[in-house]
Design a protein around this ligand. Structure first.
Ligand SMILES: Nc1ncnc2c1ncn2[C@@H]1O[C@H](COP(=O)(O)OP(=O)(O)OP(=O)(O)O)[C@@H](O)[C@H]1O
Length: 228
């Protein structure tokens, strides 16, 4: 599903964020990506949805070779990958329903399918009753659930969550984790970059630790392994 071999990434300012990274992730896995700030976690996830290109090395995602992927094929790749950010990134003037429907409207799904699918995912994240609310009428946890609904509305094969609980209190964070686990149970591969020792050590999954742009640890049911 995701295969990176000998991957280097140097940004135009000369900073080397990835330094010979090797990673293989199979369909249906749930993987935590941990490591110190600046280690290269976000850069690693950005290579997967082609937000960034590698400087050197091979990156294969869903059987597509990122080196030869044409710019016009990038939207097709992105339809198969959902992304959730720490800061939600909802459109503030659109309702919950519209924020989620937007992702389907841009790919010209038919209106009847859109309605059914949006209500299904809002049900999945337990927000059906808030479909008409605006983002700033919701709590942080609810906003994150909308952003998860938006990310999965297209049935993506991969869901990338970059510190999805970074702005949330502990109770709300557990709620988000249970929703991510339910999504994973339907076969979606999940990659979650996190600094939460408590989550990683409680809901045990594969842990990939990145330091200085390299994988320094990869354990099937790993631990967080840092003191911060
Ligand atoms: N667009 C960019 N241009 C230049 N340098 C960048 C860019 N994005 C990241 N970097 C640098 O690359 C290195 C790795 O950053 P990255 O965001 O991948 O780390 P991270 O592990 O996700 O950190 P954090 O846990 O703080 O989010 C850092 O030194 C960062 O300053």
């Amino acid at each position: 599903m995701i295969d990176m071999q000998g991957v280097y990434k140097t940004y135009p300012n000369g900073v080397t964020a990835l330094n010979g990274l090797d990673v293989k992730i199979e369909q249906g896995e749930f993987v935590y990506v941990v490591g110190p700030s600046g280690a290269g976690k976000s850069t690693f996830t950005k290579l997967i949805y082609r937000e960034e290109k590698p400087t050197k090395g091979t990156v294969n995602v869903i059987d597509l070779d990122m080196a030869s992927l044409k710019q016009r094929s990038v939207p097709k790749l992105r339809r198969q990958i959902g992304v959730v950010y720490q800061d939600f990134r909802l459109l503030p003037t659109l309702t919950v329903y519209e924020n989620v429907a937007f992702a389907l409207e841009v790919i010209e799904e038919n209106p009847k399918n859109i309605r059914r699918r949006v209500m299904d995912v809002l049900d999945q994240v337990r927000l059906k009753n808030k479909a008409r609310f605006l983002p700033d009428e919701l709590s942080g946890g609810e906003q994150q659930r909308v952003s998860i609904a938006r990310a999965i509305v297209n049935y993506p094969k991969i869901l990338i969550a970059d510190e999805p609980t970074g702005n949330l209190d502990p109770d709300t964070s557990w709620e988000i984790m249970h929703i991510l686990e339910e999504i994973n149970e339907t076969g979606t591969t999940i990659l979650m970059a996190t600094h939460s020792q408590e989550i990683v050590n409680t809901i045990r999954k594969r842990v990939i630790a990145i330091e200085d742009g390299m994988v320094v640890r990869d354990e099937a049911r790993g631990e967080y392994g840092y003191e911060y």
